[in-house]
Design a protein around this ligand. Structure first.
Ligand SMILES: [Zn+2]
Length: 410
């Protein structure tokens, strides 16, 4: 029994939570982690704190990259022992509760945390390290909401002795993280600047020049980073370069690896020991997965918001590229965010479009002068490109549709 040390109510809650999750799985209603955690927390509102007690914990939060960074960090901490993690992306307290209950007693846990819940989860789990990746708008949220989130993070970190690992290239993250007692800065990059032109401290303009940034009205500026990425390598605080052979594409994932290594270093993990484990991580809930189909190598990239789309363009190889957009509930019903994204880097590629809202995408590409071909389905896209690589970039439900279609063809 792994729950011996828990108070009675927490034991009952843990057991009911596991049973509910198993029932939910048996009923074909997903993996059950949310419903199990929800019931557990109803019985014992302190259940997350009880399950966290005795574990050394790292939390990972940010608008983009948190699922991937959580996975990489869990892989790195695996050097030390068993790690509990919410690897399916159930990133609210119900999901954390369920993940810890399911894992049994592990010495370590790495939890992905929805940005809105950071304060609550820090309070419940007393993490050793919190990693903060970036803050940008989700769908139609605007910069005002981004500043509000930075302010919530700042309040969550003030007066605690949790170590923070934070992105030095995102002014909103830096402003929030400065409230923490102790910070390790990682030069993770920031392709998306539209939500951080205005200083959250004083309202002045933020200037940028070749990787550096500073506020024109106060002392907020880019801290000098201890960790960074240089080409295919991660650079550690001693200046040593470590070649990273990731199976995940793009600079943004090398930056996620740098963050994972910086977090792991706080736990005493050496880079050389962690690297082989990072290179084992191939795909995360289908993201970045490559599938062979009819002589085509299809790679799936999920992009949920404007910053995510820019990153996906960077990750995609120079090959035929299918873009798919839906506007169902989980995606956000309004597609006007498409106008926030610069699609011009796709010029010169064979671009195909599909999805419920392909026509919105068509108008957007037209404005950017990117030629495209409309296809009725993912299957049609496959037959429209020559054998070889096909990159697919899709938003949430469009991504799920394409995964389902790939499963059917299997
Ligand atoms: Zn300022």
């Amino acid at each position: 029994m792994t729950t011996n040390k828990l108070p009675l109510r927490a034991k009952v809650a843990t057991s009911v939570s596991k049973t509910a999750a198993a029932l939910s799985r048996a009923a074909g209603r997903g993996d059950g982690s949310v419903i199990g955690g929800w019931i557990g927390l109803k019985i014992d509102p302190e259940l997350l704190a009880h399950l966290a007690a005795g574990r050394i914990i790292a939390l990972v939060s940010g608008t983009n990259g948190k699922t991937t960074t959580t996975r990489l960090t869990a892989a790195a901490l695996g050097v030390l022992g068993d790690v509990a993690t919410n690897s399916l992306g159930a990133n609210m307290p119900t999901g954390h509760t369920s993940a810890l209950a399911k894992a049994g007693r592990t010495p370590y846990a790495v939890l992905e945390v929805d940005e809105h819940y950071l304060n609550q989860v820090i309070t419940a789990t007393t993490p050793r390290v919190v990693a903060l990746l970036n803050l940008s708008r989700d769908q139609l949220d605007r910069a005002k909401e981004v500043a509000m989130m930075a302010s919530l993070w700042r309040d969550a970190l003030r007066g605690r002795d949790t170590h923070v690992v934070a992105n030095a290239d995102d002014p909103m993250v830096v402003w929030a993280a400065r409230a923490a007692a102790d910070v390790t800065w990682v030069a993770s990059g920031q392709r998306w600047h539209d939500d951080s032109w205005v200083c959250p401290e004083c309202g002045s303009h933020i200037e940028r020049e070749s990787g550096d940034w500073w506020c024109t009205g106060c002392d907020l500026r880019r801290p000098s980073p201890q960790w960074g990425v240089d080409g295919e390598s991660v650079v550690d605080p001693t200046g040593t370069r470590h070649a990273v052979a990731l199976r995940l594409p793009g600079r943004v994932n090398r930056a996620n690896a740098a963050t994972a290594l910086a977090v792991a270093a706080q736990f005493g993990v050496r880079v050389a020991d962690a690297l082989p484990r990072l290179s084992q991580v191939a795909s995360i809930a289908g993201r970045y997965a490559t599938v062979e189909r009819d002589g085509r190598t299809v790679r799936l990239l999920l992009a949920k918001n404007p910053a995510g789309w820019l990153e996906a363009f960077d990750m995609a190889e120079h090959a035929p590229t299918l873009l798919s957009i839906n506007a169902r509930d989980p995606d956000g019903l309004d597609t006007s965010w498409l106008y926030d994204v610069d699609f011009s880097s796709l010029r010169g590629r064979h671009v195909l479009i599909t999805g419920d809202r392909a026509m919105d995408l068509a108008v957007r590409l037209e404005v950017n002068g990117v030629p495209f071909e409309h296809v009725r389905s993912f299957g049609r896209a496959l037959t429209s490109v020559p054998p070889g690589r096909l990159e697919v970039i899709a938003n949430y439900t469009a991504f799920q549709d394409i995964r389902a279609e790939l499963d059917r063809v299997n």
